[in-house]
Design a protein around this ligand. Sequence first.
Ligand SMILES: [Zn+2]
Length: 332
Amino acid sequence: MEKQFVQITSQNCHNCGASVHVSSNTDNLKCEYCETQIRILRPVKMNEESMLGKLNDEEMKKYRNMLTILENSMKAGNFKEGYDYCNKALEVDPTSSEIWENKAICSFWLSTKRDVFSTQAKEIVTYLNTAKSYDANSKTLPITSKNIAWDLYSLGYVWLHSVMPYNDKGNYSWTDCDNMFEYVKLWDTAFDIYNETKFLKDAVIEFNGNQGAKINWQDKNAIQRYPTQKLKETYIKKIQKIEPSYVPPEAESGWCFIATATMGSYDHPEVMELRNFRDNWILDKKWGEGFVAWYYHYGSIAAKSIEKSFVLKKICYLFVVKPLVYLSRIIK
Ligand SMILES: [Zn+2]
């Protein structure tokens, strides 16, 4: 029997928890409260067919009830109960692909507690793989996998960007950095579930510290603490397996967002001049590191607006980049 999804009428936003209305033919939508992209995770319809002839009438009745509760609890958004009933049903039929698939969905919803997330995500991968091993041709599994992967990616993204620095210099605590590191790694897990190269390309940009990155992973303290270089290389290899022509962006050495956004290129001579100015003069000063950290945080935010506006570009060139270049020339 071909597998089908159960229709649902609402789903919670995995970021803010708001209940969002789901129409029957949508697969993705935007939370109207927090604007997070949401992929719809529908439960897979259960049937007792696989156990026909293996259970007696009494057992069959019990199993059928079990599956009904499983399906209904998931439909109602009670994933704790859904998860428990998946386990009960798997005791009866451990080779049911659709139960494993439903267990993966429940596991996704139960694992949104940040500190346990990195291990829980591995659990989801295991359940999806198990589901696949029992039915490689499932019609529902590729859709569920794709949607879970996108949801994991967007969770990692919103969590990463919701971490705030503890001071106005834009510094983050090591605990926050440890968490942010885990959030970026979630994109790799998402990729393992569904081979969307965007997940890993974003991780490369993040660890490179390119424009749009949350923090400067290239910072000399961060680089000692986190194996970002090694991870980046494995990400690049994974991407190139799918897109052989992919060329990773050059690693950013830290700032010059505004100058880069204004001039439109990281390699513009005046941008390069400013970069040297930072490395050889500003960073030499006592206040230099704090200033660069502060600039790194706020500069990257400003750069996003500048990039989009021609007028802002001109203003920035005249009043920010030009004077800085001029200053750097007289100081040296
Ligand atoms: Zn939301």
